[in-house]
Unconditional design. Structure first.
Lengths: 115, 115
């Protein structure tokens, strides 16, 4: 199916475990983004990528690692999960950087609970 | 730096009533402004965006927003609410010429529609 898909949709993990959230897009968009959504904060950017093998930090990168070996995939890894990382995570992609005629498309989100 | 303030974490309206969701922005440079909608258990979907053309922007599902520079506002309206409009709405801002990695989201307003 065309679009942007995240997996898993729901995940419960224990404190200290490593967990990876997957994001896959079929449009060959250059840009991909990871956000977390928390009550009272809206969406905050964790990491983004402008192309394969090019990534950069966003507003809240601590505790997260990303990679982008292929254009269509942008996994997000929590190296040692903490309770403060309990959140809903959204992946997004866009064709361009964000000018007048570009749009960012969002996945359905992954609800992560760290116990 | 850019920021947005959404007044009211919850707004309740009756079906058929006017919908008004408020967004005020702060930007040191001319902004791009966006409204996104998030239906339950789904990702964000772009409703409309302002990129310096007409100040009254029409979006999907009958929504529109007006850019008022003097008031630094970008309020979202719809003349007649439908039950299907119940969702969370996010205002976002970025500086012109920057990318989605610079997109700053508000904390969201949940719209409740009663019969």
């Amino acid at each position: 199916d065309a679009g942007i898909t995240q997996s898993p949709r729901y995940k419960i993990t224990e404190t200290g475990r490593q967990v990876t959230l997957m994001c896959h897009q079929t449009w060959s968009h250059s840009y991909m983004f990871w956000y977390r959504q928390d009550l009272g904060h809206g969406l905050r950017l964790i990491y983004y990528s402008a192309a394969a093998d090019i990534t950069d930090k966003g507003e809240v990168p601590d505790g997260y690692v990303v990679s982008r070996s292929k254009t269509e995939n942008f996994p997000l890894t929590l190296e040692s999960a903490t309770r403060s990382q309990t959140s809903v995570y959204f992946c997004a992609s866009s064709e361009g950087q964000g000018g007048m005629n570009t749009e960012a498309f969002f996945g359905q989100g992954t609800r992560l609970t760290v116990v | 730096a850019q920021s947005v303030t959404q007044l009211g974490s919850h707004v309740s309206v009756s079906e058929g009533a006017l919908v008004l969701l408020r967004c005020n922005y702060s930007s040191s440079v001319p902004p791009y402004l966006f409204w996104y909608v998030q239906y339950p258990n789904q990702g964000l979907q772009l409703l409309l965006k302002y990129t310096s053309a007409a100040t009254l922007v029409k979006g999907i599902n009958g929504f529109e927003a007006e850019f008022k520079k003097s008031e630094t506002s970008f309020h979202l309206t719809k003349p007649s609410a439908h039950m299907s409009d119940a969702a969370e709405y996010f205002c976002a801002v970025s500086a012109r010429g920057t990318g989605f990695q610079k997109l700053v989201f508000g904390t969201g307003t949940r719209l409740l529609v009663s019969p």
